[in-house]
Design a protein around this ligand. Structure first.
Ligand code: AMP
Ligand code: MG
Length: 396
């Protein structure tokens, strides 16, 4: 059994990124990582633009200016102003070549066609110069950059409509357990509605990854070995749910042994998720996640996510970790490290009730996991604790 930090270190040390790339329309590239640096085909902005509604001045040594018309956003005229002349201008409109400053409309007095500017003016005031955001030929985004709405919109503002990205990992999900049934079956004695398929599928989709296949295995060594063998042939990452503990009907570890999967670690001093397994066979990785749903998701967020991010070509070490004050006192009754479902609210973090690994109810309300290192003592209200922000944090 190893410590949390050691387990994470082992995951993060596996650093090969997938090399195959594909070119996608921007709309399909959300959450994908750039296969190469982006070179800007244009200056941004391409023209000198006004950043204010106001007046574009051809400056002189006096405060009064004569109004000579207007330029609004989208216009292409270029009035030739003489010193002491100005035009009405609006945000996003091209500043005439002959103008050297823009003053905000709130800062002037207007009488007829005469504008009085009673404040110091400097060259370039309120003008967004050509290339001031990005110069033509420059590389504003590096290889590996993950693309979110902002990145995709930025590429579009450069006139780019498709982008070369690293392919996503092929992920297969294997669910084990004779007790599992789907919601369209009647709930009979001994059975439970299976939830980890949805859990893992959606958590993957949030990272821009559609699982290749979700398969099911009954609790037998033959079935488990056969499903795993099949998955290892095509997947980059196999996520197994359940069957990795030490019960008589847990066959995943033995099946992985049969298939000569190399164990990178098995069992972590943590709660939830002690029997977590991580292994590798050639280019395929296997995570066997303990089947209790809160363990499955916790292990996914802490260990699987960083591996997927690396494979996709990024540098992420997983969920963002911040130190936040506890909203209340807390004492751990457990020597293992803890990942506790928690709610970040008003700049403090509250540890939720119902922490057992079988319980998703607290996870459903959580936006963070509080990490309590092993052998921590008691915490008082206001003590800072390491908090991992879940991907949905801003939405809660
Ligand atoms: P295991 O890791 O196979 O020992 O399972 C631990 C607990 O998690 C058991 O109570 C299982 O019934 C439950 N479990 C396993 N797989 C799932 C699943 N896919 N959905 C919901 N609960 C599960
Ligand atoms: Mg089981």
């Amino acid at each position: 059994m190893i410590a949390v930090e050691e387990a994470l270190h082992i995951v993060l040390k596996e650093r090969f990124a997938l090399t195959e790339t594909e070119t996608l329309p921007l709309q399909q590239a959300l959450n994908r990582n750039l296969a190469k640096a982006i070179q800007s085909p244009i200056n941004l902005p391409s023209y000198r633009l006004s950043s204010m509604d106001g007046f574009a001045l051809c400056t002189h040594d006096f405060q009064e200016y004569q109004l000579k018309g207007e330029v609004k956003a989208g216009d292409n005229q270029n009035p030739d102003l003489q010193p002491g002349e100005c035009v009405r201008i609006f945000t996003g409109a091209v500043v005439p070549d002959s103008a050297d400053a823009v003053v905000m409309q709130e800062k002037i007095k207007q009488e007829g066609n005469t504008i009085t500017v009673d404040l110091p003016i400097y060259q370039g005031q309120n003008i967004r110069e050509v290339g001031s955001q990005v110069k033509k030929g420059a590389f504003p985004l590096e290889k590996g950059q993950v693309l979110q709405a902002s990145g995709l919109a930025f590429l579009r503002s450069l006139g780019i409509s498709e982008v070369e990205v690293i392919r996503v990992p092929r992920v297969r999900i294997i669910l084990t357990g004779n007790e599992l049934i789907s919601p369209d079956e009647p709930l009979t004695r001994g059975k439970i509605y299976e939830s980890n398929s949805v859990l893992l599928q959606i958590a993957l989709e949030q990272q821009g990854i559609q699982p290749q296949l979700i398969s099911f295995s009954e609790d037998s060594i033959e079935a488990t070995t056969s499903v795993l063998e099949n998955a290892l042939q095509t997947a980059d990452v196999v996520l197994v749910s359940g069957g990795i503990s030490v019960g008589d009907y847990d066959f995943v570890k033995a099946a992985l042994g049969n298939l000569k999967v190399e164990t990178l670690f098995y069992k972590v001093r943590q709660r939830p998720g002690k029997p977590l397994y991580f292994g590798k066979k050639e280019n395929a990785f296997v995570f066997a996640l303990p089947g209790n749903p809160a363990s499955t998701l916790s292990c996914f967020y802490v260990y699987v996510l960083p591996l997927l991010a690396r494979l996709k070509g990024g540098q992420s070490k997983g969920l963002l970790r911040v130190k936040l004050p506890l909203a209340h006192a807390f004492q751990s009754d457990e020597p293992r490290a803890l990942f506790l479902k928690a709610l970040v609210k008003e700049r403090a973090v509250q540890i939720l009730d119902y922490q057992h690994s079988s319980m998703l109810v607290s996870f459903a309300k959580a936006n963070a996991l509080v990490y309590i290192p092993e052998k921590s003592g008691a915490f008082s209200e206001g003590d800072f604790v390491e908090t991992l922000l879940l991907p949905n944090t801003i939405l809660t």
